[in-house]
Write a protein that binds this ligand. Structure first.
Ligand code: IPM
Ligand code: MG
Length: 358
C-alpha cells in the first residue's frame, strides 16, 4: 500500500533540514518502502504567496496524507503581522485541523554529545525522558480570548484555560500507554493547588491509573517540575501535562541535552496519523547558510516510520545511522566539540544516507 507523506519545509532553516530528511525518505523508497512524497507551503512562506500561513490546499493535502513532515515556521520578517496570520498560526491550525492532540517530545542525551549540556555530566548522562504534551486544547485554544476595552478606557487581555474530562482522558491514555512501553513511571504535571482546571486534570489522571496497574503514577506541580528537571532530570521516565506547561517544560528538557538540534517530535491523532517535526525553531539567524543540524528532522522521520508507517525496523536503522555519524565524529556547529569534524547541513544528511547504505 502506498503511503503518502506531505513535506512542509516552512520557513528559515526548515527548507534546508527537510531537504536532508527527504534524502533519507528517498533512500528508503529506493530500498522498497512504498512512499509517495508531496510538498506544500506553510507558515511565512505560505503567507508571502497566499496571504495566509495555512492555505486550504495545504490543509487538504495534510488531511489526505498518512503523515506530515514539517520543518519549522516563523521569522522576524513576519513578526509584525497581526496574530491571526502569523506563521505560528499555520502550525496551530495544522494541529487543530488534523486533531493532533498528543505531542510526544523525547529528550535523549546521546553519549557522544555528553559534553554539550550546560549541566554536569553526572546529572544528565544517560538521560532518556519523554514529555507527553496535550496539543489541541488548554489555554492555547480556549475561548473566550482577546483584548477588550473596559468602561474606563483601559484595555484588558484575556485567555481561557479549559479542559473537558474527555480531553484529559485521551491524552492520559496516550501517556499511560507510552509509559507501559518504557520504564512504567508516569509523572502528571499540573497546578492543582491554584487552578481548578488542573485539579480536574489530576482527578482524571488518578482515575485512569486504575486501568494501568503496572504504571506508577505520581503528580507534581509545574513550578516544582521545572526545578526537578534541572536538579535531577533522571528521576523522570514519562511526564504528561497541559498544552502550555508542556510547551515550557519541553524547552527546558531539550536544553538538558544541550543539543536542541538533535530532538525530534511527533504529534498524533486518535488513529496514529501524525505530524513530525524537529523541536527547534526556524533559526532565522543561520537560515540559508547550510550549517543547520538536520539530525532532529531525520530523527523525526524515524518517529514517523515507527508511529504512522508501521516500519519500526527502518526507524531503528535511522537511529543507528545517526549514532554512526556521531561516532565518526561528524558535527554541525551547534554540537561541535574539539577533535571532531565540522560539517554542514548537506554533508551531515548525506552521511546519514551513506550509513544507511552500509
Ligand atoms: C512549540 C512552539 C509552538 C508552540 C509555537 C511556535 C506556536 O513553541 O511547538 O513548542 O508554542 O506550541
Ligand atoms: Mg515551544
Amino acid at each position: 500500500m502506498t503511503r503518502k507523506i506531505l513535506v512542509l519545509p516552512g520557513d528559515g532553516i526548515g527548507q534546508e533540514i527537510t531537504a536532508e530528511a527527504v534524502k533519507v525518505l528517498e533512500h528508503l523508497r529506493r530500498e522498497g518502502l512504498d512512499l509517495e512524497l508531496e510538498q506544500a507551503l506553510v507558515g511565512g512562506s505560505a503567507y508571502d504567496v497566499h496571504g495566509t500561513p495555512l492555505p486550504e490546499g495545504t490543509l487538504a493535502l495534510a488531511r489526505e496524507a498518512d503523515a506530515v513532515l514539517l520543518g519549522a515556521v516563523g521569522g522576524p520578517k513576519w513578526e509584525s503581522l497581526e496574530i491571526a496570520v502569523r506563521p505560528e498560526k499555520g502550525l496551530l491550525g495544522l494541529r487543530s485541523g488534523l486533531g493532533l492532540f498528543a505531542n510526544l517530545r523525547p529528550a535523549i542525551l546521546y553519549p557522544q554529545l555528553a559534553g554539550a549540556s550546560t549541566l554536569r555530566p553526572e546529572v544528565v548522562s544517560g538521560l532518556d525522558l519523554m514529555i507527553v504534551r496535550e496539543l489541541t486544547g488548554g489555554i492555547y485554544f480556549g475561548q473566550p480570548r482577546g483584548v477588550r476595552t473596559l468602561d474606563n478606557g483601559e484595555r484588558e487581555g484575556f485567555n481561557t484555560l479549559v479542559y473537558r474530562e474527555s480531553e484529559i482522558e485521551r491524552i492520559g491514555r496516550v501517556a499511560f500507554e507510552t509509559a507501559m512501553r518504557r520504564g512504567r513511571r508516569l509523572c502528571s504535571v499540573d497546578k492543582a493547588n491554584v487552578l481548578e482546571c488542573t485539579e480536574l486534570w489530576r482527578e482524571v489522571m488518578t482515575r485512569l491509573a486504575a486501568d494501568y496497574p503496572e504504571v506508577e503514577l505520581s503528580h507534581m506541580y509545574v513550578d516544582n517540575a521545572a526545578m526537578q528537571l534541572v536538579r535531577a532530570p533522571k528521576q523522570f521516565d514519562v511526564m504528561v501535562t497541559t498544552n502550555m506547561f508542556g510547551d515550557i517544560l519541553s524547552d527546558c528538557a531539550a536544553q538538558l541535552t544541550g543539543s536542541i538540534g538533535m530532538l525530534p517530535s511527533a504529534s498524533l491523532d486518535e488513529n496514529g496519523k501524525g505530524m513530525y517535526e524537529p523541536i527547534h525553531g526556524s533559526a532565522p539567524d543561520i537560515a540559508g547558510q547550510g550549517v543547520a543540524n538536520p539530525l532532529a528532522t531525520i530523527l523525526s522521520v524515524a518517529m514517523m516510520l515507527r508511529h504512522s508507517l508501521e516500519a519500526p525496523e527502518a526507524a531503528e536503522r535511522i537511529g543507528r545511522a545517526v549514532e554512526k555519524v556521531l561516532d565518526d565524529g561528524l558535527r554541525t556547529p551547534d554540537i561541535f566539540a574539539e577533535g571532531c569534524r565540522r560539517v554542514g547541513t548537506r554533508e551531515m544528511g548525506e552521511a546519514v544516507v551513506a550509513a544507511l547504505r552500509q
